[in-house]
Design a protein around this ligand. Structure first.
Ligand code: BYC
Length: 318
């Protein structure tokens, strides 16, 4: 294709973005648009899959049958989110095997938040309330993202995230209305998950290398800092309602801006975790690779069953 032809396709593409039209997999798109979508959607898919691991730790330890059923359903939803997202990513011409290879070899990133340990039951509450709460704030704008398969996947994901957030908040509410020890457990979980939840929304806009271009392409509809402020503004009153304290001495309502001011985030810690040196990075990858390898017989059996069925159908058709 000549440079002139590419320029004209680019102009048509930009005009479609400006009109808020959805870009579909078979439409022409700039190579950089395709690559940046593969990057973000696959990181998102990996986060869902790795995100199952810290919670999986508590399925066999949940304090009641009701809690166990809800947690099990939540973790299954996360597997489903991973699958929608991998499928959306595959429409951009990358194979599932390649994506898994990138995750298992440590080449691909996944959300920093899942490299922290889940040491008490209250962590299940804090993850649902804070981590899924931050995820909803990040993902609701993505329902309106420019790439069709990603936007459509997000609509369903957000509906399920909303249930996840509520089940987490309800765990926290129960603990906060329980014994002093239970309330202390909830406070301890908030202390440990607050700052990593703020980091989850990505580096500051000044440090974010992809935001500017992704906003232009309407891949991202809000910047990292906008999402973080929205999360803080929404969550602090919920902590007040629970009667526990956000671990930030600089947190203060600002009448003038109509937002909370907040303290300095430890970005060194964030980058350490992103680079693989968080408290659980190695364990998460080991568990994920083991789960993949130990599941090989299930995949082989499913393939053998599908082939057998295919042959039977062919035989019947003859
Ligand atoms: N962790 O230029 P930036 C869930 C990387 S799962 C690790 O701002 P971007 C759930 C970033 O990739 C929810 N890495 O990037 C599941 C980039 O590196 P590369 C997961 C991070 O993409 C189970 C570099 O830093 N949500 O909710 O414009 C149980 C510079 O950053 C992180 C999504 O994936 C991080 N936190 O903005 C419970 C949502 N932040 O790629 C819950 C979709 C940044 O150049 N993703 N990096 O090597 C997004 O919205 C955006 O990708 C982000 C980052 C806002 C996360």
């Amino acid at each position: 294709m000549s440079d002139k032809e590419i320029k004209s396709l680019e102009a048509i593409f930009e005009a479609r973005i400006a009109r808020d039209e959805k870009i579909e997999p078979k439409d022409w798109m700039p190579e950089k648009y395709r690559k940046t979508h593969i990057r973000q959607i696959s990181q998102h898919a990996h986060s869902e899959i790795v995100g199952m691991l810290p919670e999986g730790n508590w399925i066999s330890r949940a304090p009641s049958l009701r809690r166990k059923a809800a947690l099990l359903a939540k973790v299954q939803d996360e597997a489903g989110h991973g699958l929608y997202l991998y499928a959306a990513c595959e429409t951009l011409g990358v194979s599932r095997d390649e994506l898994y290879d990138q995750l298992h070899s440590g080449k691909a990133k996944y959300s920093s938040i899942f490299n922290y340990p889940t040491v008490t039951w209250a962590d299940m509450g804090a993850i649902g309330w804070l981590v899924d709460g931050a995820a909803i704030i990040n993902q609701v704008p993505l329902c309106n993202t420019s790439f069709g398969p990603y936007a459509r996947a997000m609509v369903r994901v957000c509906k399920e995230e909303s249930f996840h957030q509520r089940q987490g908040f309800e765990i926290m509410l129960k603990l906060c209305n329980g014994t002093p020890e239970q309330k202390e457990m909830a406070q301890d979980a908030l202390n440990r998950w607050w700052w990593p939840s703020l980091m989850m929304l990505g580096p500051t806009d000044a440090e974010s290398i992809h935001t500017e271009q992704s906003m232009k392409w309407k891949l991202k509809r809000k910047t990292n800092d906008e999402l973080r402020q929205q999360f803080i503004d929404q969550t602090v009153p919920q902590a007040d309602l629970l009667g526990i304290t956000v671990p930030d001495p600089d947190l203060k309502w600002n009448e003038e801006t109509g937002h909370y001011d907040f303290g300095e985030i430890n970005w060194d810690e964030f980058w350490q975790v992103v680079k693989g040196h968080g408290p659980c990075n190695k364990k998460r990858m080991k568990d994920r690779v083991n789960a993949w390898e130990n599941g090989a017989w299930v995949r082989d059996a499913a393939m053998a069953y599908a082939e057998k069925n295919e042959k039977r159908k062919l035989k019947e058709a003859i």
